[in-house]
Design a protein around this ligand. Structure first.
Ligand SMILES: *[C@@H]1O[C@H](CO)[C@@H](O)[C@H](O)[C@H]1NC(C)=O
Ligand SMILES: *[C@@H]1O[C@H](CO)[C@@H](O)[C@H](O)[C@H]1NC(C)=O
Ligand SMILES: *[C@@H]1O[C@H](CO)[C@@H](O)[C@H](O)[C@H]1NC(C)=O
Length: 271
């Protein structure tokens, strides 16, 4: 029995290591307002599922009111570049504002561009989770229709989400106790990151992309998500989850399965 088991394990070991070696790394580019430990549990799920996962800390979120797009892209590059230099394939998981940042950070870091330069590894997939896709020359503020949403409040170059409204806007598919907990992990976001224009339209380029729509979203309405998703090339993977803006908090297991599917599409496109 024991020897049978060890021979089964001996057979399985190379298979298991081949699978994990093939799994890309995931880099989370988070949205506005939310601070640690908001992403911690979902990152642990991804890691347990076999995807080494790290997260960018955006200077524009509660750290630097003068930090805009460039500072956030630099912070993303600081997480991405060591992975790419080590020859890793990377999937960017962009939430909300993170879509603007990831879409700009991917320039020159996509798999095809790196291959053409004789380098290994690269960004193979960007997954937009209820995320902003801002074409070159367009800012987030432009995407809002050049008007702050009613629940946003701009004071001294900082954009606040109104404490009265944030639960209904952002956390509308969980218990009040959970919503209050997650609302307590929010802060201001710099006005500058809303008004800086995007410098790049990655969907015109070589990165495979997927969109995950959050159908009950009170922060970035589904209709607006659809308009952005329409920018993706024909045949891009598109998913729906019947959740608020923060599916990674309210429906993590369902979201994980959608993300695993999207990653498989990105891997297959670069096999
Ligand atoms: C806007 O946010 C600031 C900082 O939290 C607060 O002091 C102010 O009362 C808010 N204004 C409105 C109109 O909500
Ligand atoms: C995409 O990749 C192909 C193949 O490497 C290359 O010929 C093409 O120029 C790339 N397109 C862009 C926009 O970089
Ligand atoms: C999404 O959930 C809401 C609230 O639970 C429900 O009313 C609606 O029918 C669901 N929509 C879909 C497409 O499942």
């Amino acid at each position: 029995m024991r020897s049978q088991l060890s021979s089964i394990l001996a057979l399985a070991a190379p298979l298991l290591s081949a699978v994990s070696a093939a799994n890309p790394s995931v880099v989370v580019v988070p949205g506005a307002w939310q601070i640690d430990p908001t992403w911690e549990d979902f990152m642990a799920l991804l890691t347990d599922a076999g995807y080494p996962t790290s997260k960018v800390t955006l200077p524009s979120v509660g750290i630097s009111e003068t930090g805009g797009l460039a500072a956030d892209v630099d912070a993303t590059a600081a997480i991405l570049d060591p992975l790419l230099d080590a020859g890793k394939d990377v999937v960017l998981l962009a939430h909300s504002l993170g879509g603007l940042i990831a879409g700009n950070a991917v320039q020159g870091r996509d798999y095809a561009t790196r291959q053409a330069a004789g380098k290994t590894g690269g960004v193979i997939q960007t997954i937009y989770l209820a995320a902003f896709m801002c074409p070159e020359g367009v800012s987030l503020f432009n995407m809002l229709g050049n008007e702050w949403f009613s629940w946003m409040n701009v004071t001294d170059s900082k954009v606040y989400a109104s404490a009265d409204e944030i639960i209904d806007v952002g956390f509308n598919d969980m218990t009040l106790a959970e919503a209050e907990k997650w609302a307590s992990y929010t802060t201001w976001t710099s006005e500058k990151v809303f008004t800086d224009a995007s410098l790049y339209s990655p969907w015109a380029d070589n990165v495979t992309e997927a969109y995950i729509h959050t159908l009950l979203d009170g922060a970035l309405p589904y209709a607006a998500q659809l308009q952005m998703e329409a920018l993706l090339p024909e045949g891009s993977a598109v998913y729906n989850i019947n959740s608020s803006h923060v599916a990674f908090l309210s429906q993590p297991d369902t979201l994980l399965s959608l993300i695993e599917d999207a990653i498989a599409v990105g891997v297959a496109a670069h096999a």
